[in-house]
Design a protein around this ligand. Structure first.
Ligand SMILES: [Zn+2]
Length: 446
C-alpha cells in the first residue's frame, strides 16, 4: 500500500536541492514549505525546520525539486491513432489530414472513445511530470458535450487542464457553429466552478475557417475574456493557401484582421518567415512548439531560437504524439543545434524554461512555472542518482538529457501528490490501459 504524505496544515519538502526557477541556479540544501496548495516558503532546510517546527516533513532524499511541466499543446485523443494501420505513409501535410487524420481518426470519435483516451492521457501526463496542459479536441460528430466528458476525467485526476474544441467549417457551417458553441458554453460553465479545469476558444486554421468564422471566434472570446487558440502554419500548406487566396501569409492575414494579441496562443508556427516572427513578437502572441510531431508530419523545423530572440513567448507541447515530456524537451533543445549548425544555441535551461515558465505564461497562469512563495504547489521530485555528479554548472543538462519519467519520485499538482514513490496515486494504470486499448481497436475497425 502506497503511503502518500498528506497534510492538512504545512508540509516541508526537503530534497537534495531546489531548482525553483529554471533561469536561475540550483540551490543545494534548499527545500519548500507547502500549504493549502501553494508554496508558503522556500529556503535552506535548517531555516524551514526552525520556522515551521510543527510541519509534516517529507524527506525527498536525493531528489531535486523542480517546477512541474506545462504541456501547452495536447490532443489527448491522439493515443487512439498510435499504431493505426495505414496503407502507406501520407504523401504530405494535406494528405495527412485529408486522407488519414480527419476520416480515420477525428470523424470517428465518440464520447466513449474520448473518455478512454483522456484517462490514458492523464496517466501519461502524471507519469511524465506534466500537471498543467492545454488540449485541443477535434471530433465533429461528438458534439455537443465532448468537453464535459473530458473535464469529468481531468477533474478526477486533479490536473490543471485548459480544454477546448477545435471548431472548423470543414464538415459544414452548422458543424462549425456547434464547435464554437461547445467552446463558449464550456468556458462559461468552468467559470462558475472553483476547480482546476478551464476553457479556451479554439478554431482550426485559415484553410478550414472563413474570415467571418474566425472573427466570430474572436468575438466570442472577447465577450468572455477568454483566450483563443489556432493551429498556425504547421507545414508549407497553410502559407501557400493564404498566398493563393488572400495574397499574404497567415500571420499577416490575421494581423490585417486586427485579431492578434497576448490573448492568442498559436500552435506550431513552423513555416513562418522573419516578418511573421516580428509580428508575433510585437503583438505578444504566445506560440507552442511541438518538435517531435513537426517531424512526424514532415512539417519542417520551427524557428524557435529566432522566435525567442525576437521576444516571442514560446512554450512546449507534445501534440498528442510522443507524450514523454523529457523527450519533447530534448528534441526542443537538440533540433535547433543541428539545423543552425550551432551547438551553443538552445542551452538545456532554455528548454526547461519553455516547459515550465513559458508554458504557464502561454496559458495565462501567472502563479505557475516557478516555485516561489505564493505560487501554486506544482512540482516534481526528480531522482538525482546520476552516474556523474550533479552540480550547479550542469543541472539543466543532467536533468534534461539523462532523466526520464521513470526517474520521477513525486509529482505534485496544486499541493496534492498525484505520483508518489514513482507510482500514480489512487488510479489503476492497467485498467486504464486495457480500456484505451480496446477503444483504439474499435476505432481502427470502424
Ligand atoms: Zn495540434
Amino acid at each position: 500500500m502506497l503511503q502518500v504524505p498528506a497534510s492538512n496544515s504545512i508540509m516541508l519538502i526537503l530534497g537534495q536541492s531546489l531548482w525553483a526557477d529554471t533561469t536561475g541556479p540550483l540551490q543545494p540544501g534548499h527545500g519548500l514549505a507547502v500549504s493549502a496548495g501553494r508554496i508558503l516558503a522556500a529556503g535552506p532546510h535548517t531555516d524551514l525546520c526552525a520556522r515551521f517546527p510543527a510541519a509534516q516533513v517529507v524527506d525527498a532524499g536525493d531528489c531535486v525539486i523542480t517546477p512541474a511541466f506545462t504541456n501547452a499543446h495536447h490532443h489527448m485523443y491522439g493515443v487512439l491513432a498510435h499504431g493505426i494501420p495505414l496503407d502507406e505513409a501520407p504523401a504530405g501535410f494535406w494528405p495527412f489530414l485529408e486522407d488519414f487524420w480527419w476520416p480515420r481518426v477525428e470523424d470517428r470519435l465518440s464520447h466513449e472513445l474520448i473518455a478512454a483516451a483522456t484517462d490514458w492521457a492523464c496517466l501519461e501526463m502524471v507519469r511524465s511530470g506534466v500537471t498543467t496542459f492545454y488540449d485541443c479536441l477535434e471530433a465533429p460528430y461528438a458534439l455537443p458535450g465532448a468537453l464535459e466528458v473530458e473535464a469529468g476525467v481531468v477533474r478526477r485526476w486533479g490536473l490543471r487542464g485548459v480544454l477546448s474544441f477545435e471548431a472548423t467549417q470543414r464538415v459544414s457551417d452548422e458543424n462549425g457553429e456547434l464547435g464554437l458553441r461547445e467552446n463558449a458554453s464550456f468556458f462559461n460553465a468552468c467559470r462558475g466552478r472553483d476547480d482546476l479545469v478551464s476553457g479556451m476558444i479554439c478554431f482550426h486554421t485559415t484553410f478550414t475557417c472563413s474570415a467571418g468564422f474566425i472573427r466570430r471566434a474572436f468575438a466570442l472570446a472577447a465577450e468572455r475574456g477568454a483566450r483563443v487558440h489556432m493551429h498556425l502554419s504547421e507545414g508549407t500548406y497553410e502559407p501557400q493557401y493564404c498566398l493563393e487566396h488572400f495574397g499574404q501569409r497567415p500571420v499577416n492575414y490575421y494581423d490585417g484582421m486586427g485579431v492578434l494579441g497576448p490573448h492568442v496562443l498559436a500552435s506550431q508556427a513552423v513555416q513562418v518567415d522573419a516578418d511573421e516572427v516580428d509580428i508575433l513578437a510585437r503583438r505578444g502572441v504566445h506560440v507552442s512548439h511541438q518538435p517531435l510531431s513537426n517531424c512526424e508530419v514532415g512539417g519542417g523545423f520551427a524557428p524557435v531560437p529566432e522566435m525567442l530572440a525576437a521576444g516571442v513567448n514560446v512554450a512546449l507541447g507534445s501534440d498528442g504524439y510522443v507524450n514523454n515530456f523529457f523527450e519533447v524537451m530534448r528534441a526542443a533543445a537538440l533540433m535547433p543545434k543541428a539545423r543552425l549548425l550551432d551547438p551553443a544555441t538552445m542551452p538545456a535551461a532554455a528548454a526547461w524554461t519553455m516547459a515550465t515558465q513559458n508554458g504557464a505564461r502561454a496559458l495565462g497562469f501567472e502563479d505557475l512555472g516557478t516555485l516561489a512563495p505564493g505560487k501554486q504547489a506544482d512540482l516534481l521530485l526528480i531522482r538525482a542518482d546520476l552516474p556523474s555528479p550533479l552540480a550547479a554548472h550542469n543541472a539543466a543538462d543532467q536533468l534534461l538529457f539523462w532523466r526520464n519519467p521513470e526517474n520521477l519520485y513525486g509529482v505534485m499538482s496544486a499541493g496534492r501528490w498525484l505520483l508518489w514513490e514513482g507510482h500514480v496515486v489512487d488510479q489503476d494504470p492497467e485498467a486504464i490501459r486495457q480500456r484505451v486499448s480496446s477503444a483504439a481497436a474499435r476505432l481502427w475497425q470502424a
